[in-house]
Design a protein around this ligand. Structure first.
Ligand code: F6P
Length: 323
């Protein structure tokens, strides 16, 4: 491998820039040429590609978003689109790809690597933390801290008015942000997709003694069709428990922005450097993760299986500490 291409794809996540910087600098350090591909797979299909030197990634470690831009690219889901992408890679002399993104982006990489003989290495970049084989994903810690900041503020008004707040957080069918956000913010409960078929989580929350010792409560709800979202629970409370004064806050895309935390910057830097090690070792079609503080290589098929479990003990911690 002489030249690598790097792209960010899918939903952006704070720390993606730190990862772009790490991949670029580690590659140059190891004598490789680097090309930045713009707008995710779209730039590969349309040929929006530019050579990156060390200074192209100066002063970006602290920035949210991604300097390479990002997109969810329809063309790349078709064989014709992927052929165009491959042709552009060859034209540009790119012989390996580093893809920073979530499960959709790594699925694209897996299919591309299967069709063409291209080494693809993935970095887990998503606030959702839903990739198997890594303790955390790039952006998750920053999003969690953004949630804390918001919930701390909501707590002030919830307490003053003695209200029940449902705060909807992101996660796309994964409850990591909601559950850990609830523990870290001292919220009273979390409603997460992982348990949506097991129990009525609203009933559980009420049954667990809601308002026995408190006059206000905050429940974090993971956005998902499986939970129904925060509005759904507010409506239910209005109908089933009309004595409570209910409000809803949907945090939305503010969770995707902001300067990455130290954790995300270090994670992105370690993963980015490890991606280049993996390419130099002839690894292909793996996601780089960190488990128990060690770098691991996870086959794409395993990383995107979408069954990273939430830890049951976290649920108990939340329950015990919210009395
Ligand atoms: O995957 C990251 C994420 O922020 C999810 O939590 C959320 O469901 C989705 O992206 C939102 O996507 P979009 O930015 O396209 O609205």
């Amino acid at each position: 491998v002489k030249c690598i291409g790097i792209l960010t794809s899918g939903g952006d996540a704070p720390g993606m820039n730190a990862a772009i910087r790490a991949v670029t600098r580690a590659a140059i350090y190891n004598g490789l040429q680097v090309k930045g591909i713009y707008r995710g797979y779209k730039g590969l299909v349309t040929g929006e590609i530019k050579e990156f030197k060390s200074q192209n990634v100066s002063n970006i470690i602290q920035l949210g978003g991604t300097i390479l831009k990002t997109a969810r690219c329809k063309e790349f889901t078709t064989p014709e689109g992927r052929q165009l992408a491959y042709d552009n890679m060859k034209k540009e002399g790119i012989d390996a790809l580093v893809i920073i993104g979530g499960d959709g982006s790594l699925t694209g990489a897996r299919i591309f690597a299967q069709e063409f003989d291209v080494p693809c290495v993935g970095l887990p970049g998503t606030i959702d933390n839903d990739l198997y084989g890594t303790d955390t994903t790039i952006g998750y810690d920053t999003a969690l801290n953004t949630i804390l900041d918001a919930v701390d503020k909501i707590r002030d008004t919830a307490t003053s008015h003695e209200r029940l707040f449902f705060v909807e957080v992101m996660g796309r069918d994964a409850g990591f942000l909601a559950l850990n956000g609830a523990i870290a913010s001292g919220a009273e409960a979390a409603i997460i997709p992982e348990f949506s078929t097991e129990v009525d989580q609203l009933e559980e929350f009420i049954k667990n003694g809601f308002r026995k010792s408190k006059n206000s409560s905050i429940v974090l709800v993971a956005e998902s069709e499986l939970t129904g979202g925060a509005m759904h629970y507010a409506e239910r409370v209005k109908n089933e428990y009309p004595q409570y004064d209910v409000r809803v806050t949907i945090l939305g895309h503010l969770q995707r922005g902001g300067s990455p935390t130290a954790h995300d910057r270090i994670l992105a830097s370690r993963l980015g450097a490890a991606a280049i090690d993996a390419i130099m070792e002839d690894q292909r079609n793996v996601m780089i993760g960190i488990e128990h503080d060690e770098i691991v290589y996870v086959p794409f098929s395993k990383a995107i299986k979408n069954d990273k479990p939430v830890k049951r003990d976290l649920v108990n911690v939340l329950k015990e500490l919210s009395i």
